[in-house]
Design a protein around this ligand. Structure first.
Ligand code: SF4
Length: 402
């Protein structure tokens, strides 16, 4: 599937793994951390008066260091705002009032989830972004990968990038998904099996009856962590679930690509999902896989539920169901950071199944969690000292990401 997407994007009929090709980019995403560097490269190489190759194909999303008084972090947002105004960038999801995120209708939150919610992830296309978790968008049957600032500066000026065609590993996941598992368990199972370098510069193609049954958010979780296995990209074939999700989100036409029956793979793994148990990634690596039940005596200092991997609506619904079933109060500070404005709204409006109509926010409040905070990357990447939920001293934390 990835080879066919590359072939179309490079105007070739057929490609093989290992070939280097110039690929036409459909979407370039950057954010407040890398955006200033990308803009610097673009200005240096193409000139102060240069125009981006296509103002409608550049998506700029402030999300990492937003709700902070750190002057350098705030300056980064100012730089991407000035550039977006100068270039008349169509999709700049600005924040102007940091004291109240709800007062910013354009502001979205974590880029990878916002890209999907705003219709920028489309089957068969090429999406590159200056962030390793750009691979999240592979959930839509597109090629999506993280690139560096220098490459992104070049893409800004030309709309092209030189890429090596990756070989593909095929993961066939079959069986009905037990309701105590999430896609996070599936990808931790895979990474534990192949290691954090097991898919280095390879496409990770996820197929099978289990994958077909997953929602788009769950497919995003799966593809999000392809990079934790070293993968160039993760990809799920587009289907009716994909097309349904995209309804009303994009007016762009798109053409899905599918693997041929005779496609070649460097390896194939088969997993019977009915035999899996809930997993955790123990310190200090995503492939340090452990059964959740074997970790029940590990003392935690705090819990953080958020990020592009674990801060989507369905992640919070799952957490709320656990709290509801236990009926207990949380015993350590528990921080809730929705990925986007839309997720934040869902926490306050969507009833949790089986709760008699309670919302996630009500269940979290009754359990003693902290109130859902402003949508952003929050403490996922650390951030400035005043970042919400940041650990400023050594603590044992359960981060629902890696
Ligand atoms: S939520 Fe965390 S992993 Fe995701 S883009 Fe932000 S900092 Fe990176």
């Amino acid at each position: 599937m990835t080879e066919k997407i590359f072939a179309r994007a490079s105007e070739r009929t057929k490609l093989s793994p290992g070939e280097n090709v110039w690929v036409n980019v459909d979407v370039l995403m950057t954010h407040d951390v890398c955006g200033p560097g990308v803009i610097g490269v673009f200005k240096k190489e193409f000139g102060d008066d240069a125009k981006v190759w296509d103002r409608e194909k550049v998506v700029i999303i402030p999300d990492h260091y937003i709700f902070t008084s750190d002057e350098r972090a705030n300056r980064n947002v100012d730089i991407i705002r000035d550039f977006s105004n100068e270039q008349n960038i169509k999709y700049f999801y600005d924040i102007t009032d940091r004291s109240n995120f709800k007062a910013n209708p354009d502001y979205k939150g974590v880029c990878h989830i916002a890209l999907a919610q705003e219709g920028h992830c489309r089957p068969g296309e090429i999406l590159v972004g200056t962030d390793s978790h750009t691979c999240t968008a592979g959930a839509f049957g597109q090629f999506a990968t993280g690139i560096g600032n220098t490459d992104a500066g070049f893409v800004l000026g030309t709309g092209k990038i030189l890429l090596k065609v990756p070989p593909t590993i095929r993961f066939v996941l079959d069986g009905e998904m037990p309701d105590y598992l999430l896609a996070k368990d599936l990808i931790l199972q895979i990474i534990g099996e192949i290691s954090v370098s097991g898919a280095t510069y390879k496409a990770m193609e996820f197929v099978g009856t289990t994958i077909e049954s997953l929602s788009m958010e769950e497919r995003m979780t799966l593809c999000n962590m392809a990079i934790e296995a070293g993968g160039k990209n993760g990809i799920v074939p587009a289907d009716a679930t994909t097309f349904k999700y995209l309804e009303g989100k994009t007016t762009m036409s798109y053409e899905p690509v599918y693997s041929d029956a005779q496609a070649g793979y460097v390896a194939e793994y088969r997993i019977d999902v009915t035999k899996l148990e809930p997993l955790v990634a123990k310190p200090n690596s995503p492939d340090n896989r452990g059964l959740a039940r074997e970790c029940k005596d590990v003392k935690l200092d705090r819990v953080y539920i958020g990020s592009c991997t674990g801060g989507k609506t369905e992640d919070f619904l799952a957490a709320a169901r656990v709290l509801l079933a236990s009926g207990d109060k949380v015993k350590v500070p528990t921080y809730i950071v929705p990925a986007t404005q839309k997720v934040w709204m869902d926490l306050y409006t969507l009833p949790v199944p089986g709760s008699g109509g309670k919302t996630c926010s009500q269940i979290f409040e009754q359990a003693g969690c902290n109130s859902p905070n402003s949508p952003s990357c929050g403490a996922c990447m650390g951030g400035p000292l005043d970042t919400y939920a940041r650990m400023n001293e050594p603590q044992a934390s359960l981060l629902v990401n890696y």
